[in-house]
Ligand binder design. Structure first.
Ligand SMILES: [Zn+2]
Length: 114
């Protein structure tokens, strides 16, 4: 089911795990934006680039002002990514391949030559 209030896609039929309400639930339409993931600003920029290059319909928001920054400091910048339902699977695999490609250990040594 899909909660229009939270823009969240979830398993199950009864109520939204985020807001606990049922009045905005329904089947997602292709253009509905669904919460994908939360990333910090550095990864967020890379994700935005990858999504743009692949024609993904997406948007991102910052969490509520002052929420994280009061705990971790003002430089701790988070982005919440939302992707159109029709692009969700594609976006998810793009994000996974991007995130799993990192980090590259910079002290990796070439294997011994046989
Ligand atoms: Zn909700």
């Amino acid at each position: 089911m899909y909660c229009q209030r939270c823009m969240l896609l979830f398993d199950g039929e009864d109520k939204c795990p985020e807001c606990g309400k049922t009045d905005k639930l329904g089947q997602p339409r292709d253009e509905d934006l669904c919460f994908l993931m939360e990333e910090d600003a550095m990864w967020g920029d890379m994700l935005s680039d990858v999504f743009q290059q692949n024609g993904i319909s997406f948007t991102w928001k910052q969490p509520r002002e002052g929420w994280m920054s009061s705990i971790f400091g003002a430089s701790f910048d988070k982005r919440l990514f939302y992707v159109a339902y029709s692009d969700l699977e594609k976006a998810r695999s793009l994000a996974e391949s991007l995130l799993h490609a990192q980090p590259v250990p910079d002290d990796a040594e070439p294997g011994p030559e046989a």
